[in-house]
Design a binder for this molecule. Sequence first.
Ligand code: HXC
Length: 257
Amino acid sequence: MSESPIEVVENAGIVRLTINRPKALNALNSEILTELESVLADLERRDDLRAVLITGDGEKAFVAGADIAEMRDKTPEQARAFARQALRTIKRLETLPVPVVALVNGFCLGGGCELALACDWAVASDNAIFGQPEVGLGVIPGFGGTQRLPRRVGPAMAIDLCITGRKIDAQEALRIGLVNRVMPQAELEAYAEELTKQLSGNGPEAVRSAKQAIHDGMDQDLDSALALETSLFALCFAGEEQSEGMSAFVEKRKPNF
Ligand code: HXC
């Protein structure tokens, strides 16, 4: 493992980011956030990007939260700047034009849970533990948890988790819709490969448009969102993917995207 706080490994346009600070359970400090933002700024510019996976180094934690030791002596203004840095970085992850998947390999607490919430979906190892324990530290979630958590799991469950600070296991996270799948930790690697294969069979522009339609449409009323879908659907017919995809079906062969 390199010394960089964010390890970047790539296979066929699928980029895997590993937060690399296992001794502190991958707690997010300013250095990690700065490096993550710089990596994301590079990825944003790439037309050949097909998906991004994000995980934590080691077998114990995805991310155990923002760095408590670093936060301890902050003034309100410094705390605001730290939260803004994280919010900006997490937003860049969320708005990458390709699917972003969290591979949650252990503790996923506080800022870690907030990072996972900004991903399009999350897959968890069966030993993963989730929670927003900030109130136990005398603060509230500051990396978007009070806003993205209720949008993902509903306000009642979000208030339960943010007010009690209780931790939940992977099965409960699955039940409430915080994660899409749970599997043994050893299978997370195979899942990443399965996803790589699945995506390579799909039109990359279509994948980007599907994400855009869902993300942008969620912020609009239904009629406007349906009009957005129609525009993006029609736009598919202006590129080469639609012709290749449909011709391949008619000719009983695999598409070559
Ligand atoms: C800094 C952390 C850390 C964190 C763990 N470590 N979490 N350091 N910030 N969030 C460090 C520990 O200090 C310790 O370092 C090492 O990682 C291993 O952790 P242990 O506590 O010894 O492990 P264990 O006993 O197995 O307990 C695991 C744990 C616990 C339950 C996950 O570490 C824990 O409760 N961590 C804090 C979780 C949390 O409250 N997260 C929310 C943070 S606030 P040493 O050097 O002692 O070995 C937040 C707010 C976001 O995220 C918004 C801000 C604007």
